[in-house]
Design a protein around this ligand. Structure first.
Ligand code: ZN
Length: 433
């Protein structure tokens, strides 16, 4: 048994590494190499060179490693967008499975081509980098990939003659597929916003992709889909929808281009800036972290806008240019807003009025007096629980809430805040008036 890793064969103008893999798998079978598993390995979405999904491929196979490596290189030379300036393919094949460290670093942080080459040499892998060879990073990460958690994606590819033409997929059939299989499949459509999510708009060979928990659910969803005739279909095991990119983090200790779950309190109300983007300042009691909900996250922004100072939250997203780009947020506590207002007169029931600063309240009708104000609890527009961006704005790696939240994260991340300086503010007391 051996593994083949392939990365960086596409460009914004076309191709898709998963399509190259689908073609290669069929060629390998004809050459007597049996592919046992095809993996779609998503890597750090914040790598600046990557404008698209940052996906690598790992094929787990049986047969001749040399034949497989040769065919993989041939497929890359034939199909990769080699003329595009940003495309630098890499292919690697290895008879052993190195430890997952390199994969974890490539999904959560950054790796270099030199580190990849050194690891491939150490493990006796066959490898080839094209042009700057940057794809060797993803190819190596794919070979080292280990999924604690995984999902599946069934990808349908277009016939070559149709590449670049509008895709013919019946919209209603996708809503039907979702209705039958959600929450065991997700991101087929965005029901809240009435948008089809699973059909790309880029000129690549993908017709559509269905994501879900188990192959059986994907097959069931697939049965509902009405579309142009695909050239082929390929099932991938993937780290999509698992939050593999996220680690627990602390405000003030976040690294650029990494993704985190952080806890804290809302410092002040969210501000809507130009373009409809929303910025929510979080604090741990000492440091501040701006959290962004961008315009494409649509209704999710209303959740962020409804938060008030002192509310406790846990927020997940990527740290870029000094702010956390929200993927989901847990409202841990959002106590009712307590407003003080003049009390009702105990004798005649009329609302009293202020008798002057520090002098309590008096009744204009009967002259009755009272010292303390009444307190009214105003219900909140947001209640405790998790909220996520809609499917149309979701990142490939982000775990949809229909799959639940990783328990190990929650244990590692608290929303408790340190007492502020000076102490005695309204954090946690719920008295905002
Ligand atoms: Zn009165």
């Amino acid at each position: 048994m051996f593994r083949i890793g392939i990365d960086d064969t596409d460009s914004p103008a076309g191709m898709c590494t998963t399509y190259l893999a689908a073609v290669l798998i069929r060629r390998l079978h004809r050459a007597g190499v049996r592919v046992i598993e095809a993996r779609l390995v998503r890597l750090n979405p914040n790598v600046p060179e990557k404008t698209r999904g940052n996906a690598a491929i790992c094929l787990v196979a049986e047969g001749s490693l040399h034949t497989a490596f040769h065919l993989a290189c041939r497929a890359v030379e034939e199909l990769a967008e080699m003329s595009h300036e940003g495309t630098h393919p890499g292919v690697a094949a290895c008879g052993q499975v190195p430890p997952p460290d390199f994969y974890l670093r490539a999904v959560r942080g950054f790796c270099t081509v030199d580190e990849a080459i050194s690891l491939l040499g150490e493990w006796g892998a066959l490898f080839k980098g094209y042009k700057a060879g940057r794809g060797l990073i993803g190819a190596t990460a794919a070979i080292c990939s280990h999924f604690d958690d995984f999902t599946y994606e069934l990808l349908l590819y277009r016939r070559r003659a149709r590449f670049g033409t509008p895709r013919e997929v019946d919209r209603q059939s996708l809503f039907a597929a979702d209705a039958v299989t959600y929450p065991h499949t997700w991101d087929t459509v965005d029901r809240e916003n009435g948008i089809v999510v699973c059909v790309p708009h880029t000129p690549d060979p993908v017709l559509l992709g269905i994501r879900g928990e188990r192959p059986g659910w994907l097959a069931l969803a697939r049965e509902s889909v009405v579309s142009e005739r695909p050239a082929c279909e390929q099932l991938f095991v993937t780290n999509q929808g698992t939050d593999a990119h996220i680690v627990p983090g602390e405000i003030g200790r976040l690294e650029e281009g990494h993704s985190y779950l952080v806890g804290g309190a809302v410092h002040s109300r969210a501000v809507t800036i130009r373009g409809g983007h929303v910025c929510l300042p979080l604090t741990d009691g000492k440091m501040m972290l701006p959290c962004m909900a961008y315009e494409p996250t649509r209704g999710f922004r209303d959740v962020v806008r409804a938060l008030l100072p002192g509310d406790k939250v846990r927020a997940a997203g990527s740290y870029k240019r000094g702010s956390l780009n929200l993927e989901k947020i847990e409202v841990v506590s959002a106590p009712p807003l307590l407003l003080s207002r003049p009390p009702l007169c105990e004798r005649c029931g009329k609302r009293m009025t202020s008798a002057g600063t520090g002098k309590g309240y008096k009744c204009r009708r009967c002259g009755g007096r009272k010292g303390a104000p009444g307190v009214v609890a105003v219900p909140r527009a947001v209640s405790p629980g998790w909220y996520e961006v809609p499917p149309s704005a979701r990142r490939h790696l982000a775990r949809p809430l229909c799959r639940g939240v990783r328990e190990d994260f929650l244990r590692a991340c608290t929303s408790d805040v340190q007492p502020q300086d000076p102490p005695g503010n309204d954090h946690g007391s719920g008295l905002h008036a």
